[in-house]
Ligand binder design. Structure first.
Ligand code: FAD
Ligand code: UDP
Length: 368
């Protein structure tokens, strides 16, 4: 008899399993249909011995000290500022757009944040309350930079015009007036020293936690006895798509190993306007692994279907409305807790997922 059946061994499921097992001493069964733990953060050593992320790049960053301290129980860290460049007009330029981006792209000689701000003020469009992903960008940096850095990338990634995407999507990328080339400015930016999979192994290594892989919970839920379920899979699938399918984006990955130490100068290069892929990631820059060979991964975005994994909820008003129909059904169920990027249909980063799982543990589970 299990106190909890947890569907999904990603961050949402693993955090809750760890908390319930270690803090409440209750028995948990974690079930995942994949053949490994870690959810989308899973990493592994490929045939060339390079540590790569199976489901796309996972750069850890947070301002949440609680989340950082919590994870630090299960891993040591490699401190590393995440740096991304973008390929525009034949050059590799800093993204987020900053002083160096403008100077290199336009041959300017802007020297101070005030001069950069004055440039943005000259080119930006006067939109005081941006309502979509196009307006967010053009209201900060104007049309030319939007066309060069955001429009093509967003069309490739979502196959939806930025005008039709929620403002929150491109609002993830800030604009800078200084020379800061970090992709994120969060206080904590690092990678688990031995990788994510080892971190998950350490989290789930507890006598009260059992793990069942290669198993869809639907195939076992009727004969495995449990009191309560925590569900971290797609919410529409839980309800057998009764209101229709929620759309998600999926990805195809093309891995390539090169017989040289490095392929590109940074861990990630974005390609807004050239090629069919969105970005090329070179893992060793972020993991710090030393090797005479290197593996890169090209990412192609596709609409998810029944055969593919579901990676990105698509932030659009009509999808939000459909999600709300499922959410109302979910709220009626007394013994199932829904949690995570797929179950909440929210474009969460890892730290947000972890913070939410910790909050659910305190508010809904540890209620004695
Ligand atoms: P998931 O990791 O998706 O785990 C859900 C698990 O449930 C899966 O393992 C799935 O197999 C399992 N499951 C689903 N249905 C069933 C079923 N019926 N039966 C059994 N098991 C089931 N975040 C960052 O902070 N930084 C980044 O750089 C970053 N990059 C990302 C890049 C990509 C390409 C993607 C897709 C995401 C990225 N994220 C990043 C976000 C991060 O992956 C998520 O926030 C986090 O992993 C979500 O954890 P989760 O446990 O909610 O979901
Ligand atoms: N984006 C863009 N150009 C870039 C980087 C990002 O247009 O060079 C937009 C695009 O719509 C993308 C979104 O901003 O989907 C969020 O980017 P992020 O790097 O956070 O995407 P993720 O790593 O989550 O795929």
């Amino acid at each position: 008899m299990f106190d909890f059946l947890i569907v999904g061994a990603g961050f949402s499921g693993a955090v809750l399993a760890e908390r319930i097992a270690s803090q409440l001493g209750k028995k948990v069964l974690v079930v995942d249909k994949r053949n490994h733990i870690g959810g989308n953060a899973y990493d592994y050593y490929n045939e060339a011995g390079i540590l790569i992320h199976k489901y796309g790049p996972h750069w850890f960053h947070t301002n949440d000290k609680g989340v950082f301290n919590y994870l630090s129980q299960f891993t040591k860290w490699r401190y590393h500022f995440h740096v991304v460049k973008t390929y525009v007009d034949g050059r590799l330029l800093p993204i987020p757009i900053n002083m160096d981006t403008l100077n290199s792209l336009y041959g300017l000689n802007l020297q101070s944040p005030e001069e950069v701000q004055a440039y943005f003020d000259k080119v930006k469009l006067p939109i005081s309350n941006p309502k979509n992903s196009e307006e967010v960008v053009v209201s900060q940096v104007g049309e030319d930079l939007y066309n060069k850095f955001f429009k093509g990338y967003t069309l490739k990634q979502w196959e939806i015009h930025p005008k039709d995407l929620a403002a929150s999507v491109t609002a993830r990328i800030p604009t800078r007036t200084n020379r800061d080339e970090r992709y994120f400015t969060d206080t904590y930016q690092c990678m688990p020293k031995d990788g994510y999979t080892v971190l998950f192994q350490n989290m789930l290594n507890h006598p009260n936690i059992s793990i069942l892989l290669n198993t869809d919970y639907k195939d076992i839920q009727t004969f495995i006895p449990f009191n309560k379920m925590i569900y971290t899979g797609p919410i529409d699938s839980f309800f057998d798509y009764k209101f229709g399918k929620l759309p998600y984006r999926s990805l195809k990955f093309e891995h390539e190993t090169h017989n040289k130490e490095y392929f590109q100068s940074v861990q990630q290069v974005n390609y807004p306007n050239d090629y069919d892929f969105t970005r090329i990631v070179e893992w060793k820059h972020a993991t710090g692994q030393q090797s005479s060979v290197t593996t890169i991964t090209r990412e192609y975005s596709i609409l998810a279907n029944d055969e593919t994994d579901k990676y990105y909820p698509i932030p659009m008003e009509e999808n939000h409305q459909l999600f709300n129909l499922y959410k109302k059904e979910a709220d009626k169920l007394g013994n199932v807790i829904f949690c995570g990027r797929l179950a909440d249909y929210k474009y969460y980063n890892m730290d947000q997922v972890i913070a939410r799982a910790l909050m659910i543990f305190e508010k809904q589970i540890n209620t004695k």
